[in-house]
Ligand binder design. Structure first.
Ligand code: ADP
Ligand code: ASP
Ligand code: MG
Length: 401
């Protein structure tokens, strides 16, 4: 018995049937004597649909109005879930992000949680209510609604668990936990019993959408143990924590990220300070770069290639075209995908990269760029072969018996 935070993603509340199913899970937990705070996402594809609605009106809608629009998705789910809980005979109250005390930074669309004023949450719990909170949203210092970025409800849940010192934080989704690859794409993917924050953070950052990477970052910072599990089946999920039982696995997962652009800046002078000036300008505009490659200089010029997310492409073009490098040419390719293997164990196993490259070679898949760290190896390939590559690399590390 204690305080349990339960988060349900969009597919878990997609329709009336699913909302009623969530109400049953939540009230079962409450009936066992626990205090329960529930965080929910917008139903099904609501957020995508709202984005499309905005696109029908404006090519570049204001970020403030986008947040005003997107917050409405979660408002629908909290009201419906609170109704469903009451139908089962339990007390419940729905709260929007601001009512639940979510204070965020001022930047719309990608706000960061600064503080949660927990008074209202505590007050509602003391009235024995099951508290249903809208994920993904908060309020900034201008009293405007803000959203936390796609997948942000995971972060809302972890933030509440940290602020309220909850005993458990459960992230319910449409798969049974964290797998060694996306179980919808790789049928041999294995469910992990446990995984460390660091490995989960890499998997999430490199494309495993099952948890938002900022939620993992926050869970690590405040030492909130997470359980990822299915809202559709009643089986144990995956625990995300500081030290995990390694199960002798060298690699914990294989991921695919298709939100990648390969940017080549051709014909810049082969002199000191060029890379500094370019990346300094990119950083000033908040353009995050990942894999970087610089060619050997020839005839006094060189090329610099890097990867970034697709939403940065216009900014990068503008920066380079308005730079002091008049002869520089920018080439952008978004038909690429980043495939990665992640695992803390690989640091001491020199063969990991070779094994990954062999699997790609056997499938005739060309590697365009490579980057490594102690716990991951990433390669950039043609987007067309992304799923084939994940399956092949996964099979190399997790052979089917
Ligand atoms: P929710 O709506 O519950 O937040 P998401 O769609 O954001 O759910 O995340 C769950 C999805 O993440 C799964 O349906 C699955 O296809 C995908 N996924 C990708 N990689 C993994 C992985 N390694 N383990 C589990 N699920 C994964
Ligand atoms: N509804 C938001 C989204 O679709 C937030 C979330 O689901 O976590 O990104
Ligand atoms: Mg999600």
């Amino acid at each position: 018995m204690g305080l349990i935070v339960q988060k349900f993603g969009g597919s878990s509340v997609a329709d009336a049937h699913r909302v009623k199913n969530v109400a049953r899970i939540v009230t079962d937990t409450y009936a066992k004597g626990n205090d329960v705070i529930v965080v929910v996402s917008a139903q099904g594809d609501t957020t995508d649909d709202l984005i499309e609605k905005a696109a029908e009106i404006s090519k570049k809608p204001s970020a403030r109005e986008m947040d005003m629009l997107l917050c409405s998705g979660e408002q629908i789910s909290i009201a419906l879930l609170a109704m469903a809980i009451k139908e089962l005979g339990f007390p419940a109250i729905s709260l929007l992000g601001w009512q639940a005390g979510f204070n965020t930074s001022s930047s719309y669309n990608k706000a960061r949680i600064k503080k949660i004023n927990t008074e209202r949450l505590k007050e509602e719990l003391s009235k024995n209510n099951i508290v249903v909170v809208a994920g993904f949203q908060g309020i900034n210092k201008y009293d405007d609604l803000t959203t936390l970025g796609r997948g942000g409800s995971d972060t809302s849940a972890v933030a509440i668990a940290a602020a309220m010192r909850a005993d458990r934080c459960q992230i319910f989704t449409d798969v049974e936990g964290v797998f060694t690859a996306d179980p919808r794409k790789v049928k041999d993917a294995l469910k992990l019993k446990e995984i460390t924050y660091d490995e989960m953070l890499e998997l999430a950052t490199l494309g495993a959408q099952v948890l938002n990477n900022r939620s993992v970052e926050m869970a690590k910072k405040y030492n909130v143990e997470l359980e990822v599990l299915s809202s559709l089946t009643n089986v144990p999920g995956t625990i995300v924590k500081e030290v995990a039982n390694m199960e002798k696995m060298l690699v914990r997962g294989v991921t695919k990220d298709t939100d990648v652009a390969r940017v080549s800046i051709l014909n810049v002078p082969d002199t000191p300070g060029v890379a500094f000036r370019i990346f300094d300008k990119l950083a000033a505009k908040n353009v995050n770069v990942d894999i970087i490659l610089q060619s050997i200089g020839r005839d006094g010029t060189k090329d610099i290639t890097f990867t970034t997310t697709c939403d940065n492409c216009d900014t990068v073009k503008e920066i380079i075209e308005n730079s002091e490098y008049e002869d520089a040419k920018v080439e952008i390719n978004t038909d690429v995908a980043k495939i990665s293997v992640v695992g803390a164990g690989m640091e001491t196993h020199p063969g990991t990269a070779a094994k990954m490259f062999e699997a790609l070679y056997e499938n005739d898949i060309n590697i365009q760029m490579i980057s490594t760290s102690e716990i991951k190896i990433s390669v950039l390939i043609d987007k067309e072969y992304a799923d084939k590559a994940v399956t092949a690399v996964h099979r190399a590390f997790f052979p089917v018996k």
